[in-house]
Design a protein around this ligand. Structure first.
Ligand code: MRU
Length: 353
């Protein structure tokens, strides 16, 4: 089932509750925009493209439940709803991109009735979710072609079906390479503090029958230096115009270790994750989350830090573009100089629309 979808009964936004995986697979039926925002903030749904889709369906829900009597009144309400949803998580640009796509598309039309406008918002949210899967599959074909027939890759965070509507970005490359008969072994960074790697990526790989080992994040340098790793594959939450990458905390250290050991470092991301308005990574806001996520871990039933400690918990970091070998996008592989190749990819995407 898709990670996020629209359920006409209710109606509601349906999503897999990622906080419970791998212990339980449960779906949530969210019936208000407030519930959708809370699901994004508490990471019941996470991963840049998945929160983009959740935001889009959240907006469709807001439209459906609106009491607005005119098209203009509904437009004003939805603009306000977009601001509320966009604040839920600041780093992944797909959230804002998804909302802007719906507002822009629906701004082009003069609707005759509120019902017609509501239907158009939902249709655009559905189209966005369908595009996500199509784009991921196309991107994965490009990425899989970069991998040898037998490869060991390090993967950070979760970028699989759960981080998107379906198939995934960096992990989508692994799924497609596996479907093509390539023998891929994945070293799964556990990804402290939320453990998206050991909880979600390992679960997805297990279901797909792809061999993997979970490693602690701080073991990545050891494996990169050992010569047994052919590539590092990561996703992105936002890519600046110059190719600086905001992705899950720990990506920067991984990229440094990959470069020091001459291991190619691929960032797999749809063009919707590129933000031409951010000239460099310095302009990307980094979400800092509750210290309880760092301090709350238990080991053998015991707390892992003394009581009353403070902690810092940046959820993302910036990997400078000089550490990235190439971007894998639905427009193909983008190589340095990235300022040119990114601009070109974004222009060809606009021409196709
Ligand atoms: O905090 P999360 O779990 O939402 O962070 C997710 C990541 O950092 C992913 O690597 C990124 O969104 C790309 S997923 C296709």
């Amino acid at each position: 089932m898709p990670t996020v979808s629209w359920d006409p009964r209710g109606p509601s936004v349906q999503m897999i509750d990622q906080r419970l995986i791998p212990n339980q697979v449960k779906t949530l039926q969210l019936t208000s925009i407030e519930e959708v925002i809370e699901a994004i903030q508490t990471m019941a749904v996470r991963g840049a493209p998945a929160i983009g889709a959740a935001a889009a369906f959240g907006l469709a829900l807001a439209a459906e439940q609106s009491q607005a009597e005119t098209v203009d009144a509904l437009r004003d309400e939805l603009t306000e709803s977009c601001e509320m949803i966009a604040r839920a998580r600041p780093t992944a640009v797909n959230l804002r991109w998804a909302l802007d796509r719906i507002l822009r598309k629906t701004a082009e039309v003069r609707y005759q009735s509120v019902a017609e406008f509501q239907a158009a918002v939902l249709a655009e949210a559905e189209a966005l979710a369908e595009d996500d899967v199509r784009i991921n599959r196309r991107m994965a074909e490009f990425g899989a072609a970069e991998l040898p027939d037998r490869a060991t890759v390090i993967h950070h965070c979760n970028t699989g079906a759960l981080a998107t509507v379906d198939h995934g970005t960096a992990l989508g490359v692994v799924f497609t390479a596996h479907e093509q008969g390539k023998q891929i072994h994945v070293l799964v960074d556990e990804t402290r503090p939320r453990l998206q790697g050991s909880r979600l990526t390992a679960w997805e790989l297990q279901q797909a029958g792809i061999p993997f080992d979970i490693i602690t994040d701080n073991a990545a340098g050891y494996f990169l230096a050992s010569g047994e790793v052919d590539a590092v594959l990561v996703g992105a939450d936002r890519v600046a115009a110059n190719g600086d990458v905001a992705n899950k905390i720990g990506t920067y250290m991984l990229a440094l270790a990959a470069q020091a050991n001459n291991v190619p470092f691929y960032c797999v991301a749809p063009t919707s994750t590129f933000d031409p308005a951010a000239a460099t990574g310095d302009e990307i806001p980094i979400e800092e989350r509750d210290p309880a996520e760092v301090l709350g871990l238990a080991l053998l039933g015991q707390p892992v830090s003394p009581a009353d400690c403070s902690a810092r918990n940046p959820a993302f970091d910036i990997t400078p573009h000089r550490l990235v070998t190439a971007f894998v996008t639905e427009q193909g592989i983008l190589r340095p100089p990235f300022t040119d190749s990114i601009l070109q990819a974004l222009q060809s995407k606009d021409d196709q629309q």
